[in-house]
Unconditional design. Structure first.
Length: 348
């Protein structure tokens, strides 16, 4: 076998899915998680799997809680170092989405040792170390298996003051909605896999996916931030449905105000739509008002290492928008939460 120094290896050709587009659809996942066993209360467990939140949270001591999460997937880019960076940023994001700060990570590696040279896995880990260093945490261990396809991710531990804990189910009517990264990563990475991504667009999605959602720690300290989650494999609509249903609300989204990657139109014209988009829509489309084909393709597009979806009560608008502008993030609301209506989400 040739080494990775002499062989150009395109990781996306070794996986049937890509990034968070690999996620099991919301409809199927609901069936998997359903249990006939009686719920058992665990003292100190503030957030568990009874809700659809980003991580588990256990109250520890002195008003502080531990955050525990894991996330892993198959390659969404061809470069092994970048894949390690993206998978790691995506996993760490769950801690930020709870308003916390990460403190420790361990790696999850599945690798087809009969198909790829070990140096490819080493590069994945090097990418992960780079992102963990940026987040200020150690990559302190992990576990590996021989698997048919490359898989990489992290299990991450974080911490948060209980008073700063954010959930996706605690929004209130009248909250304004913000998204910190533009949509469209799934469309561009599908174009890469299909071989139609233009060279000048090759760096757009990777550059966005490696950006850490560190702003979540600051958002956790803002009382007017009523709910928080990150937008990943279920698309903006799917994660907003979870926020609305968990909070007993509906939402109105202004499509023109939703942040979007600028070059999407040409790839939508070439039908560069991930399979995950269709699975998402089949799961929750009946909860959404009438959409155009373009709106559906963008709003249900699976994101990998996507931005934070923030629900902010009106009195906190100036504070949150100032923080977003300081970070160079979209600082205009994309919609508003309302009292529960006939549809969970209406798009204008």
């Amino acid at each position: 076998m040739q080494t990775s120094d002499t062989l150009v290896i395109k990781l996306t050709q070794y996986s049937h899915g890509a990034g968070c587009g690999c996620k099991i659809s919301p409809k199927i996942l609901d069936g998997i998680l359903r249990s006939d066993q009686p719920a058992r209360p665990f003292p100190g467990l503030l957030v568990g799997n009874e809700s659809k939140d980003d991580a588990a949270v256990l109250e520890w001591n002195d008003g502080e809680a531990l955050i525990s999460t894991t996330d892993f997937f198959m390659p969404i880019v061809d470069d092994a170092f970048d894949f390690g960076r993206i998978a790691s940023a995506n996993a760490i994001s769950d801690v930020y989405a709870m308003g916390g700060e990460p403190i420790l990570a361990i790696a999850i590696l599945g690798f087809p040792v009969d198909k790829l040279p070990p140096d490819v896995a080493r590069q994945m880990l090097e990418g992960s170390r780079a992102i963990c260093r940026e987040a200020g945490i150690p990559l302190a261990g992990g576990h590996s298996i021989d698997s048919p396809e490359p898989i990489f991710g992290l299990a991450v531990t974080g911490r948060v003051k209980v008073e700063n804990l954010k959930q996706n189910s605690t929004a209130t009517a009248g909250c304004l909605l913000y998204l910190t990264k533009p949509l469209g990563v799934g469309i561009l990475t599908t174009a890469l896999k299909k071989g139609i991504l233009r060279p000048e667009h090759a760096d757009i999605a990777p550059a966005q996916m490696v950006q850490l959602n560190q702003i979540g720690t600051q958002l956790g300290r803002i009382r007017a931030v009523k709910a928080l989650t990150d937008v990943t494999g279920f698309g903006l609509l799917g994660h907003l449905v979870e926020m609305c249903e968990g909070s007993g609300l509906s939402a109105t989204v202004n499509f023109g105000d939703v942040p979007k990657i600028a070059v999407l139109d040409q790839y939508l014209a070439q039908k560069s739509i991930p399979g995950g988009t269709h699975r998402n829509w089949e799961s929750y489309g009946h909860k959404i008002g009438t959409l155009t084909e373009t709106q559906q393709s963008i709003l249900a597009d699976p994101q990998t290492s996507g931005g934070l979806l923030i629900a902010v009560s009106p009195e906190g608008r100036d504070e949150v928008e100032t923080l977003l502008r300081q970070r160079g993030m979209p600082a205009h609301p994309l919609g508003v939460l309302t009292e529960a209506g006939e549809k969970v989400i209406e798009v204008r």
